[in-house]
Design a protein around this ligand. Structure first.
Ligand code: GLU
Length: 503
């Protein structure tokens, strides 16, 4: 048997360090066993998936040296490797389960589903909705079908009992069927859900080991059951510990930049970032901290993964990166890498139009371009002195904007400007005053707010967020009491401060 592993990102945002972490362990495991590593794009959520996000994921993984043997860009014997191009495959599998009695057509309307859930909640029963709750009498189902009402396909699941999942790291895990709902497999538009597409593709692509984040543990019973229903052998499952913020919460962009693009823009070497990800829950047999990808692969042993949540700590990463830069780059290599990072034609072409109108001589360039070539900017509380804004105003503005930027997916100048204008008005500030603290986040060379926005676009969401947060910290941050009060105000302004993020 050839070992075949895969990473299966959904292209719904910036390339996440968690994706690279999972890809690294899948690749290491495949290489250790002389096997193959596959990249599959899971873009069944057509409203959130974008081609740009997919491209950024591919570029970032490649930048890190995580090469795949089969994938959407290079093809392979089990293609296509993009689920949107495999749409036609899934429906037959879903219908096969219906015919075999393992799944059913569900005609419940959204209102009915709400009522069912409400009734559950009111009765204090926390179990999931099952076929016994959802299925309609045959006559009514036939009537709705004949009337052309939309339906989904749901799998049947046991009402009660225990499901045992064998995990390569955790051993047998017992999960309660009572908590598992009659999962939708095929949506009313004919698109499969993650669960169906993932199982069908893992099977058709001969995946032997599924190494993924621990947030998928609760899905494992459904997956196991689907393999049984289809009569297929299930790959071995391994749920990796989640990356954590230094305060041990799940790694999130609110507390820690999570985009690989941020670490590129910050000037980390791909070797160092990969080395650091390799240290997340894993260690070399001799415990050395600095090792290359190939050294990791030749010493790899999945059983050395420890389950305590690994902390992704930027200071530690910087320390490791410094070692890589000082020990591994000759003067020539340093010059070449620096040039590639800062002075490459693509980046220069973005920067020059912004600074050229202000340049009288080339010696003006470095101070003007500093914004683009720096990490955090050297701001102090004095940088925020303003004729009408108090320090508290500045902190409040920065905090609200940071919440807004955290959840902002569409990252273009017009959207950002329009949204920030609404936020400013809601908070009772003129947009010019509102944008003042952001201009302070860098330097005063450009006093026009819209230029700040354009620069944000080039710097990318994570770097912009990090700078706003850094500025807020320089002003003393926000106290717990203020956060509580401000969160309420933020919600009243119609902005939901909730985070929808997946690794
Ligand atoms: N598309 C899923 C994700 O975004 C893949 C999960 C899995 O590996 O099964 O993480």
């Amino acid at each position: 048997m050839t070992v075949r592993t895969r990473v299966a990102p959904s292209p719904t945002g910036d390339p996440h360090v968690g994706t690279a972490y999972i890809a690294l362990f899948n690749l290491a495991f495949a290489r250790q066993h002389g096997g193959e590593f596959i990249l599959r794009i899971e873009d069944t959520d057509q409203t959130r998936s974008t081609a740009e996000s997919e491209q950024a994921i591919l570029d970032s993984l490649r930048w890190l040296g995580l090469e795949w043997d089969e994938g959407p860009d290079i093809g392979g014997p089990h293609g296509p490797y993009r689920q949107s191009e495999r749409k036609h495959i899934y429906k037959d599998y879903a219908m096969h389960l219906v015919e075999a009695g393992h799944a059913f057509l569900c005609f419940r309307t959204p209102e009915e589903l709400n009522e069912l859930r409400e009734a559950r909640r009111a009765s204090g029963d926390h179990t999931a909705l099952k076929q016994s709750d959802l299925e309609l009498p045959a006559e009514e189902a036939d009537r709705r079908r004949a009337a052309g009402m939309p339906f989904v396909v749901r799998m049947r699941v046991p009402e009660t009992g225990i499901c045992v999942i064998n995990d390569m790291l955790r051993g047998p895990m017992e999960l309660d069927w009572g908590q598992v709902d009659a999962q939708i497999l095929l949506k009313s538009d004919g698109m499969p859900t993650y669960h169906l597409a993932n199982i069908v593709d893992d099977h058709l692509m001969n995946i032997t080991h599924v190494i993924r984040g621990e947030e998928w543990i609760n899905s494992a019973p459904k997956h196991k059951l689907l393999y049984e229903y289809f009569g297929w052998e299930m790959p071995q499952l391994c749920h990796m510990p989640l990356l954590r913020n230094p305060d041990k919460s799940k790694l999130s962009k609110r507390k820690n930049p999570t985009s690989i693009l941020y670490y590129q823009r910050m000037g980390y070497l791909p070797e160092a970032l990969l080395n650091y990800l390799g240290r997340m829950g894993w260690s070399m047999p001799d415990e050395r901290e600095k090792f290359s990808r190939d050294e990791m692969f030749s010493h790899f042993d999945l059983q050395r993964v420890s389950l305590g949540g690994p902390v992704f700590d930027q200071e530690k990463l910087s320390w490791l990166n410094g070692m890589w830069i000082r020990e591994d780059l000759s003067t020539e290599a340093f010059a070449a890498e620096f040039q590639k990072w800062a002075l490459n034609p693509d980046y220069l072409m973005q920067i020059i139009p912004l600074i050229k109108p202000r340049v009288e001589k080339f010696s003006d360039v470095a101070p003007l371009a500093g914004f683009f070539l720096s990490g955090m900017m050297p701001v102090t509380p004095e940088s925020f002195a303003h004729k009408s804004l108090t320090v508290e105003d500045c902190r409040r503005i920065l905090q609200f904007a940071s919440w807004y930027l955290d959840k902002q997916v569409k990252w273009d100048k017009d959207t950002l400007f329009a949204d920030l204008k609404v936020l400013a008005e809601g908070m009772g500030f003129k947009i010019r005053d509102f944008l003042f603290p952001f201009i302070c986040c860098d330097c005063r060379h450009f006093s026009k707010c819209f230029l700040w926005l354009i620069r944000c676009i080039y710097l990318g969401p994570d770097m912009s967020r990090a700078r706003v947060r850094f500025a807020l910290d320089q002003l003393g941050g926000a106290s717990k009491k203020e956060i509580k009060r401000w969160e309420k105000e933020f919600a009243v302004l119609g902005q939901q401060n909730n985070e929808a993020e997946s690794q």
